[in-house]
Write a protein that binds this ligand. Structure first.
Ligand code: C5P
Length: 304
């Protein structure tokens, strides 16, 4: 008889918002969004195993940047699942990070989504996907999408999702930076730039949805858009130079990912992606360049 459950590992991808329309600031402090998420093939791996207490260990390339206390969303995720099972949240969560931290790629939200899935598997898999989605929404606006993956329209705070049809594979190059940007600060800067009278509700253009449905990278490149791009560039003017560099090098389009600072470029093939990674690394404008493709599936248990 097995007395202790085997460790569970979950793989979870990063995301880019191919469209991010932001409405006025609401009384709650949040902004109404109309966004289209696409999950990207850069993965964190989260392993949970029974332990004497709740603890978080960092591993991988960005290990030293991972908070190991309750400020990590993964900590809160484990606690939520434990409460639902009526057990103590006594697990060791090892976060093997490949998704850049504080980058606009939802790495922290990804780890929280993966922890929900892993703890559910560890304690008996009796929670439904709907229950996990509800917990995800409590943890943060991006967490429900990180659970689901693929391509989805997000409204409300970005947490109310519906699937978006896509065809084929889109190739991306991500320009990354060692130093992150703070999401609340970028939203606040957008509010300042717009002034108090701004009252336009955001909506996703049909042309962008058609480009995704047709698998048309050129059309998608032409319709990439992010309301947080202007405040991100105002905070970090170098991002504007990076976007210009991409335009000069024949990418199909580029935009700041989420609240930045990562800049995501769409290119038309894997070969073009590799060429552009090399060009970006030689530009002296970025700290890293990563080739990824999307959409890919969301948080999933890795079979042992
Ligand atoms: O939901 P989450 O905790 O990830 O949001 C982080 C911050 O981003 C919020 O505190 C808020 O400042 C900003 N935000 C927002 N409107 C949204 C989503 C996030 O203002 N729809």
């Amino acid at each position: 008889m097995r007395l202790v459950a085997d460790p569970i590992t979950v793989r979870v991808p990063a995301k880019v918002n191919v469209y991010l329309g932001v409405g006025p600031r609401e009384e709650s402090g949040y902004h109404g969004l109309a966004t289209v998420f696409q999950s990207l093939s850069i993965y964190d791996e989260i392993t949970v195993e029974v332990s004497e207490r709740l603890e978080i260990l960092g591993a991988g390339k960005w290990a030293e940047l991972i908070p190991t206390d309750e400020s990590n969303l993964a900590w809160k995720a484990a606690t939520l699942v434990a409460n639902a099972y009526g057990v103590e949240p006594h697990v060791r969560i090892t976060i093997n990070k490949s998704i850049p931290v504080a980058a606009g790629l939802a790495g922290g939200s990804a780890d929280a989504a993966a922890t929900l899935v892993a703890c559910n598997a560890l304690w008996g898999s009796s929670l439904t996907h709907e229950q996990l989605e509800e917990m995800a929404a409590q943890l943060g606006s991006d967490v429900p999408f990180m659970l689901r993956g693929g391509c989805a329209l997000g409204v409300n705070r970005g947490d109310v999702l519906s699937p978006v049809m896509t065809r084929g594979i889109f190739h991306w190059v991500l320009a990354t930076f060692r130093e992150g940007l703070g999401t609340p600060e970028i939203y606040a800067r957008l509010d300042d730039m717009r002034g108090v009278d701004f009252d336009e509700a955001p909506s996703v253009p049909n042309e962008l949805l058609a480009a995704l449905a047709q698998g048309d990278s050129s059309a998608l490149g032409a319709h990439l858009y992010n309301d947080l791009q202007a405040p991100a560039i105002a905070s970090r003017p170098q991002l504007g130079q990076v976007l210009e560099f991409g335009a000069e090098h024949g990418t199909l389009g580029g935009l700041v990912s989420g609240s930045g600072p990562t800049v995501a470029f769409l290119v038309d093939s894997e070969v073009a992606a590799i060429d552009f990674v090399i060009a970006l690394m030689g530009s002296g404008l970025v700290d890293g360049a990563i080739h990824a493709h999307g959409p890919v599936h969301g948080a999933r248990v890795v079979p042992t």
